[in-house]
Every structure is written in C-alpha cells, then in structure tokens.
Design a protein around this ligand. Structure first.
Ligand SMILES: *[C@@H]1O[C@H](CO)[C@@H](O)[C@H](O)[C@H]1NC(C)=O
Ligand SMILES: *[C@@H]1O[C@H](CO)[C@@H](O)[C@H](O)[C@H]1NC(C)=O
Ligand SMILES: *[C@@H]1O[C@H](CO)[C@@H](O)[C@H](O)[C@H]1NC(C)=O
Ligand SMILES: *[C@@H]1O[C@H](CO)[C@@H](O)[C@H](O)[C@H]1NC(C)=O
Ligand SMILES: *[C@@H]1O[C@H](CO)[C@@H](O)[C@H](O)[C@H]1NC(C)=O
Ligand SMILES: *[C@@H]1O[C@H](CO)[C@@H](O)[C@H](O)[C@H]1NC(C)=O
Ligand SMILES: *[C@@H]1O[C@H](CO)[C@@H](O)[C@H](O)[C@H]1NC(C)=O
Ligand SMILES: *[C@@H]1O[C@H](CO)[C@@H](O)[C@H](O)[C@H]1NC(C)=O
Length: 857
C-alpha cells in the first residue's frame, strides 16, 4: 500500500517536472521569465523551427546569444546578439531590463549589459515589454499600452541582421525610416565579431547590391532587369539547375518607400539562408530535411572578373580569355596611363555627325550608381534620349521580360563583365569613326590591328569597290564551284603535308594490313553529314562550351555517337592550332587520351569529330555538390593514376614529346566506365628530339593551372604540365576549384589552403567531405596530397617527372618532403582603392597578361 502511494507521488512529481520542462521551451521572454546559460535556457519558436539560446562558435570557448535553425542538427547560427562582446564564462543571462529593453549580461550584473536593444520607451509602457521568437525566426520586442491593450513593436532582430538573411526577411533599405539592413561577415568561423566584409543595397542611381571589403567596393550585382539581378549567374554552364533552385523564390521590391530582396522557403522540407562568409563570399545554402544535408547553390564572387573594377575603368572583363581585360570600344590602352583612354579628343562630343552605339552582348551591366531609369521608354526612345546628352555613355533595357523601360549611364563606365552566353545587351556610345570601324570589323574578321586612319581610307575605298565587286560577281560565280574544291584541297594539303594520314571521303575506311597506318586513319566528314548528325547544331545537342567554341553531340547514320567541336571563327584557334590538334591527336593512341575520329573543313567551318564521352568532363562531377558523391575515393584514385599515365604517354612514351599546356578538369573527359581521357590538344606543343624547354610569346592555358615560370615568362616544359597535374590532383581530392593566385582572394587559393592544412598536420581537412564519409584510407589520400604538393613546387627543377609521379602514386616508397609553394601572383597595385569611380590609372596592364608580378611570401 505504502509503496503504491510512493509510486503515485513519484508519478505526480514526474508529471510536475514534465510540465515545468515544457514550460521552459516557450517562445517568449517576459519581465518575470528570462533565460540563463547556467540552466541551459532557451526559447523555441511556436512552430519549432528556430531556437534562441547560448552557444559557443567553432573552437571558441566564448559564449554568445544567438538564433539557429532548431531542426538542423549541425548547429547553424543565423543571428547573434552580443557578437562584438562575448561572455567569457557560462554565467550569462538574457533578459528584459527595468527600462524595458532586452539585454545580455553576466547574471547579477544588470547595470552593465554586454549588449542591449537600447531603444528608449515611455516609462509607463516599458514595464510590460515582452520579447517573442516568432515562427519566422524574428525576435520581436513589443510593449503593451495598459489602457487600450494595443501592442507596439519597439525592436526586431530582422532589422539588425548579422551575416545571414533567410525566408521572410527583408534585406535592404527602408527610405522612410533610414533603416538599412546590411550583412556583416563574421571575423572567422570561430568568432562572430564584425569581420571586414559587408553586403548592402546601394540605392544611388539605380539600386544594386554591393559587397565591400572594408570601405572598398569588392563585388557587385545588379541592377534588377526584370528577370534577375544583372551578373547573378549559375556556377558552371553545366550546373543549370543550381541557379534556378537558388533564386526561384526570390523577389526584388523597389518602390518609393523601400528597396529590398526577399525570398520564400523553396518548399516545406527545407531551411535555407543567404550568408556572407568570413572570407568574402556570398553563399546560398539550403538544408534538405529528408536528406539531412546542406547544399550550396550559389557562390559569388566566382572569378577575377567579379572583383569590382578588376580591369579598371572603361574596360570589359572576360574570364574565359587568358588575358581577361580589354578596352571598351572607342577606348585604347595607353602605356603612359596604364589604363584605357578615350580615342577621340575631349570636347568633340556632339560636334561630329553620326554618333551611334555598339552592342556589347552577354554582359553584366556597368556600375549603375551613375545611371538613370526611364521607366516608360522603349529602347529606340532611349537611344534618342542618350544622344541628347553629352554625358550619356550608354544604355540598356531595364526590363528584359516586358521590354519596356531603360537605363541610361552618365559618365565613366565601370565594372563590365562579359560572358559567352546569357545575360543581356549593353549599348555603348561611340563616334562615327569607331562605328564604321566596328561595321568593317564585323564584316571582315581579324581586322583589329588596322590603324584608325586606315579605317577611314577603307570606308571611302569600299564605296568604289562595291562597283567593282558588282562587275566581278558574275565572273566569280562561274568559277565558284571549282574554286571551292580547290580550297578544300588546299586546306588538306596544308594540314597534312607532313603526315601519312589517309583520308577516306566516306565513312568506309581504307583497309590496310599495316597496323601503324590503320591507327592513323582519319575520316574526312562532309559538312552535310555533320549538320545532319547534330540536327543543324541545335541547342538541344550542345554539350558545352570549350575555349575554342561549342561542342555538340551527334549521331552518324551508322548509329555511332560522336562529339563535334565546332571551332568558332573568331576563336583564338587559327589554322595553326587546328592543324596541331588534328595532327597530334590522330597520331596518338592511349587509353587515357580521347580518340579523334576525323575532321570536317568547309570554307570558314573547321570541326573536329571525337568519340562521344557519355559522362562529360571531370569538373561536371567533382565541383557539383550532388554529383561529387558518385566519385568515391577508389574511383578518384583510378582517375588520378589514369590522368598521370596519359600525361606520361604524351611526355615520353609516344614517339613525339608533347606538352599539353592546358591540363584542367574540364579537359579530362570520362567514358562510360568513368575512365579519364585527356582531351583538347589544341594548345599542345611538340618538341623536336631532345629539346626540353621552350619559350612562347603567347601564353595559352587557364588561370589556376599555370605554373609560375609559364605564366610569367612564357617558359614551358614538361614540368609546367606536372604543375598543372598537381593542381588537378589537389582539386580531385578536395573537390574544390583553384581559381588562381590572387592574394586578395584567399577563399579560392586552393594551393595555399592545402599547404597550410598539410603543414599544420590537419591534412584530413583537405579531403572532400563526400569521400571522407565512406571512410577512405586516409594514409593513401595523404600520400596523394604529398605527390600533389611535390608537383606544385615553385621551381620546375624541384618537381618530379611524370614517370616518378606514376611510380609514386602506385608504390609505397618513401616520398621526399615538399617545399612550400611561396609564389603568389597578384595585381600590380593594392586592392585598397576606395571607391568605384576608380580612374583606372592603377589597374593592371590591360591587354597584356593580367599576371604581372611575382611575389614571395
Ligand atoms: C546543460 O547542458 C549540459 C550539456 O548538455 C549538461 O552537461 C548540463 O548538465 C546541463 N545543465 C543543466 C542545469 O541542465
Ligand atoms: C564570469 O566573468 C565575469 C566577467 O569576467 C566575472 O565578473 C564573473 O565573476 C565570472 N563568473 C564566474 C562564476 O566565474
Ligand atoms: C545605447 O544608445 C546610446 C545612445 O544612442 C549609446 O550612447 C550607448 O552606447 C548605447 N548602449 C549600448 C549598450 O548599445
Ligand atoms: C495608451 O492608449 C491610450 C488610449 O488609446 C492613449 O491615450 C495613450 O496615449 C497611450 N499611451 C501610450 C504610452 O502610448
Ligand atoms: C501590464 O499588463 C497587465 C496585464 O496585461 C495590465 O494589467 C497592466 O495594466 C499593464 N501595465 C502597464 C504599465 O501597462
Ligand atoms: C519556389 O520555386 C519553386 C520552383 O520554381 C516552385 O515550385 C515553388 O512553388 C516555389 N515556392 C514558393 C513558396 O513560392
Ligand atoms: C507610360 O506608357 C503607358 C503605355 O504606353 C501609357 O499609358 C502611360 O501614359 C505612360 N506614362 C508616362 C508617364 O508617360
Ligand atoms: C554633364 O557633365 C557636366 C560636367 O561634368 C555637368 O555640369 C552636367 O550637369 C552633366 N549633365 C548631365 C545631364 O548629367
């Protein structure tokens, strides 16, 4: 009996504690109820999505009050109260003070808050203030008027974001109150104090979003063009879905009172945020409850051209070109000023007749702080409007969807980035001479080098020539047919003068018993065959965009699948490179090299036909958050060894000594069994006999993979390929891209990052988390990392040869310790020029290599 009663009492007690416990997970803090760190106090929003409490970030011991996603097991803090003033021990409290504000302080030390909402309220109402964590994750401080019970919002955390904004939160400004909600990065992952990067909306001119490093503009997107913020782009051309997911539920609001962006949660089973990371990247992260994982859909800035004013004023930056910077039409590079200067003399505006506009396609619009919006003008009206004012330098559509309204720029044009597709057109104002030159340039390609005076002569001569051409036309027509054939023959002779290659005009091969000549058999395809195979180069068949032109998938009448590389006529690849690639690839046979089936030449058209690789290229896998998990460690190791064997073959096992010069992830294709195949020999060089090193004036290759001696002195050897291989290897292991060596761009300098971690014995942090999960043999991976570090040493002579690399990768022999890679290629001036209206006289030498200086650290 007694025990039964005791049992009953215990149950009562349990029930009592149960209710007490659940009472503690309320969503409000009142005058009488506060939370303290010592008792693990917290408040949770009524829907259970957000939690407010005390936390220690990363490896820090300090305590902060913050808000995080309650249903994401990996604590992701999205808001911090006392970010600049941490609690040093666990005696903190978060409560409403006598003046009605909510504050953080050491328990019993109410008079000296570390942080406070700090609003002044009428004394009478302040007694009844309460703080509530709303389902949206907004912490709201309200006061109640005792006489009529109306509530007033005194303060809300949504108005004071830290480094993140999330669904339902306005990021931007309220012109009525002067409130500007800006993001400020954390100092580091362990310290939420205000870092050096901020992101804010700037409403001068036409609203745009700016990232600042300190007080210097660092990165910019905008203005809003009816569809997107100009310059917001997908991560890679293949990752077409990413940007759609990342920005599907965004809206941009711009009215008289407010300018802000806001987004909705993509679906009920996700939590997402936009965050400004400590090293200055904006990232869109989405947590999927069902997969229990963060995915990253957008990261910016993405490359050197995203850096505000990278090339200086009046330039066009195109990251896909080796030399990214070029002067805008109507400007030329001045060696004295080290910048682009206007060709025409000052003050001639409006005097000369026939001014007009040149279209720049696929660009991120220039900095719009000097821009005006004409919301009701068509593009034609805008052109007239722009011509009216001497200061107007260009215009663009303000709404690419509706086609109504335009932006007009006044003054110097800054920060224009050009892409190879998408984005929008910008019309730049030029004088009559430039306009004529542009017209001629368009008609006859490769005319750039001609002097301006020559252009004028050409214009007048052209008129006379028309008559002549007219007369000649009839005669020419008569001979056209036979000339066409002759031309074809000429190309062939030029191409294969020194090769013993046999061509067959049809798909049928010349049967020969001799094995050697059979290997080198190439097919010469008709243009008609290729057009039919690729559905007339339809967009649907496009596989990607290489440096020299688009690549299409095709199917020959016999069912064989092919990849057709169509060399764009204005690509850098002239007949020389074409000849190179055909000749080289035809002679090479190795399981880790892509196989060339044939080529097609028809007047302007030059095309290469390869075997089709169903699995695209390596970058398609390793830099994609979802696809990278398909490549486990075993697979990656096989790929690394395969690439090494392929390069070794090029360097010494083939009859020729070949240096690839442009090894990078997008040039490594994967066959149906994910075997790597090296492609794109267009830039390769053959070495005669024993020659081991050479110099070149035109540095070709890709930033991030170029060895220092090649990037700076144009000196290349087998060791520059070894360097590129080293970078490739580290990218494969880390799943991260090495963007280049910009010392102000630390987040993307993979080499320095790997070296740092390796040196601090934190090697395992280098490894891509998606291969870490399946418990890969760490020592084997570390061995590979060490080989990679050996390959990227500064001095070419220190780097191993490819044969040693292959040996080291497949044997357990002892490896020498790598020497620290110390070089850092940086801009020729400091990044700290404070503002946009950068006159450009400090910018890197435009039209010359952007890599200008070698600096030892
Ligand atoms: C608070 O949480 C910590 C860690 O979870 C635990 O060790 C401690 O006992 C808790 N303290 C109280 C008062 O609940
Ligand atoms: C916690 O730190 C504060 C400030 O340094 C100090 O005043 C207080 O005595 C400390 N409390 C304990 C329990 O250590
Ligand atoms: C509160 O505001 C006053 C005046 O605006 C300022 O002097 C004070 O430093 C602020 N206090 C805190 C804790 O932010
Ligand atoms: C409270 O409400 C009453 C009645 O609406 C109003 O007269 C009074 O000014 C209010 N007090 C405050 C502090 O807003
Ligand atoms: C505070 O709230 C209580 C209950 O809502 C109310 O009775 C009281 O008048 C309020 N006090 C003040 C100063 O507004
Ligand atoms: C978000 O965007 C996706 C894709 O366009 C759409 O299916 C979904 O309905 C949107 N969600 C909301 C809440 O608007
Ligand atoms: C803008 O254009 C619309 C449609 O063409 C027209 O109805 C309206 O009056 C115009 N507004 C102004 C301010 O010109
Ligand atoms: C053009 O520039 C001049 C001098 O810089 C300035 O005085 C004038 O107001 C500008 N005009 C317009 C329309 O911006």
């Amino acid at each position: 009996m007694g025990s039964k009663r005791r049992c009953f009492r215990v149950s009562l007690l349990i029930i009592f504690f149960f209710f007490r416990c659940c009472n503690t997970t309320t969503d409000t803090i009142t005058q009488n109820r506060y939370i303290s760190d010592a008792s693990n106090g917290s408040v949770v929003s009524s829907n259970g999505n957000f939690k407010l409490g005390f936390f220690s970030p990363g490896k820090s011991e300090n305590r902060y009050v913050g808000i995080w996603f309650n249903k994401v097991p990996l604590q992701t803090v999205v808001w911090v109260a006392n970010r600049d003033n941490p609690l040093k021990n666990r005696t903190g409290a978060f409560k409403i003070t006598d003046d009605g504000n909510i504050a953080v302080f050491y328990s019993g030390n109410d008079r000296l808050p570390l942080w406070s909402t700090n609003v002044s309220m009428p004394a009478a109402t302040s007694r009844n203030s309460t703080a509530k964590l709303l389902p949206s994750g907004n912490l709201v401080l309200t006061t109640e008027n005792g006489s009529d019970h109306t509530e007033t919002v005194e303060w809300q955390s949504f108005d004071y974001p830290t480094d993140s904004y999330w669904a339902g939160m306005k990021f931007g400004l309220d012109e009525r109150t002067g409130l500007n909600r800006i993001l400020t990065s954390w100092k580091s992952d362990d310290d939420p104090a205000k870092g050096e990067f901020t992101v804010r909306i700037d409403s001068r001119g036409v609203p745009q979003i700016f990232m600042y490093k300190g007080s210097a503009a660092y990165f910019r997107v905008g203005p809003w063009n009816g569809l997107t913020l100009s310059g917001v782009r997908k991560v890679s051309p293949q990752n077409t879905q990413g940007i759609d997911v990342a920005f599907a539920n965004y809206s941009f609001v711009n009215n008289r009172d407010e300018v802000y962006v806001i987004f909705k949660e993509p679906n009920p089973s996700t939590f997402s945020r936009m965050v400004l990371k400590p090293l200055g990247t904006v990232e869109r992260q989405i947590w999927y409850l069902d997969i229990q994982q963060w995915y990253q859909f957008y990261v910016a800035p993405q490359d050197r051209c995203d850096h505000y004013g990278w090339c200086g004023a009046s330039t066009l930056c195109n990251n896909e070109n080796t030399v990214a910077c070029a002067c805008l039409p109507g400007f030329e590079y001045s060696k004295e000023d080290l910048s682009c200067v206007e060709k025409r003399k000052a003050g001639t505006c409006g005097k000369g007749e026939g001014e007009g506009f040149i279209k720049l396609a696929h660009v991120k619009l220039p900095d719009a702080r000097t821009c005006r919006l004409f919301s009701n003008m068509s593009l034609e009206e805008c052109e007239m409007e722009c011509l009216k004012s001497c200061n107007c330098t260009g215009y663009a559509s303000a709404d690419v969807v509706e086609g109504r309204g335009c932006f007009a720029w006044y003054g110097v044009l800054n920060d224009i980035k050009q892409y190879s597709q998408d984005e929008q057109d910008f019309y730049i104002r030029v004088d009559a001479i430039e306009l004529a030159a542009n017209m001629i340039r368009k008609k006859s390609k490769g005319f750039e080098g001609v002097k301006r005076t020559l252009v004028i002569i050409f214009v007048s001569v052209a008129l006379g020539a028309i008559l002549f051409i007219f007369c000649s036309y009839y005669l020419w027509r008569k001979h056209a047919k036979s000339k066409d054939l002759k031309e074809k023959q000429r190309y062939r002779d030029m191409l294969f003068l020194d090769s013993t290659t046999n061509f067959s005009n049809e798909d049928t091969c010349n049967e020969k018993s001799n094995e050697k000549s059979k290997n080198m058999e190439l097919t010469f395809y008709d243009l008609d065959t290729i057009v039919a195979a690729t559905d007339n180069f339809s967009i649907a068949k496009k596989l990607g965009q290489g440096g020299y032109g688009p690549v299409y998938k095709g199917k020959l009448p016999n069912g064989q699948e092919i990849a057709v590389k169509r060399l764009s006529s204005n690509s850098g690849q002239g007949i020389t490179e074409f000849k190179n690639e055909v000749l080289l690839t035809a002679k090479l046979q190795h399981r880790n090299l892509v196989k060339l089936l044939g080529c097609c030449i028809d007047n302007e058209e030059k095309m290469l036909v390869y075997e089709y690789m169903p699995n695209k290229s390596l970058d398609y896998f390793i830099f994609d958050e979802t696809r990278k998990s398909l490549l486990d460690w075993k697979r990656r190791h096989e790929i690394i060894v395969g690439i090494a064997r392929g390069i070794l073959y090029l360097h010494q096992d083939s009859r020729l000594r070949i240096i690839h010069r442009d090894l990078k992830t997008s040039n490594i294709l994967l066959d149906d069994e994910l075997n790597p195949k090296i492609s794109d020999l267009g830039t390769a060089r053959i070495f005669a006999g024993k020659q081991k090193e050479a110099n070149t004036r035109t540095v070709v290759g890709t930033f991030g993979y170029m060895s220092p001696e090649y990037a700076l002195d144009g000196q290349f050897s087998v060791k520059s390929d070894v360097f590129s291989f080293g970078v490739l290897l580290l990218e494969i292991i880390s799943g991260k891209k090495n963007m280049g060596f910009f010392n102000d761009y630390p987040s993307s300098n993979l080499i320095q990052e790997v070296w740092k971690l390796w040196n601090e014995d934190r090697g395992s942090e280098i490894i891509d988390s998606s291969i870490l999960r399946d418990s890969c043999p760490i020592h084997e991976v570390m061995r590979c990392v060490q080989v990679g570090l050996l390959c990227i040493q500064d001095k070419a002579t220190d780097r191993p040869t490819m044969s040693s690399v292959v040996f080291m990768l497949s044997n357990e022999a002892n490896l020498p310790p790598p020497i620290q890679p110390t070089f850092s290629i940086q801009r020729s001036h400091d990044q700290n020029n404070t503002d946009s209206t950068n006159t450009g006289n400090k910018s890197p030498s435009v039209n010359e290599l952007t890599v200008t200086e070698l600096r030892a650290r």
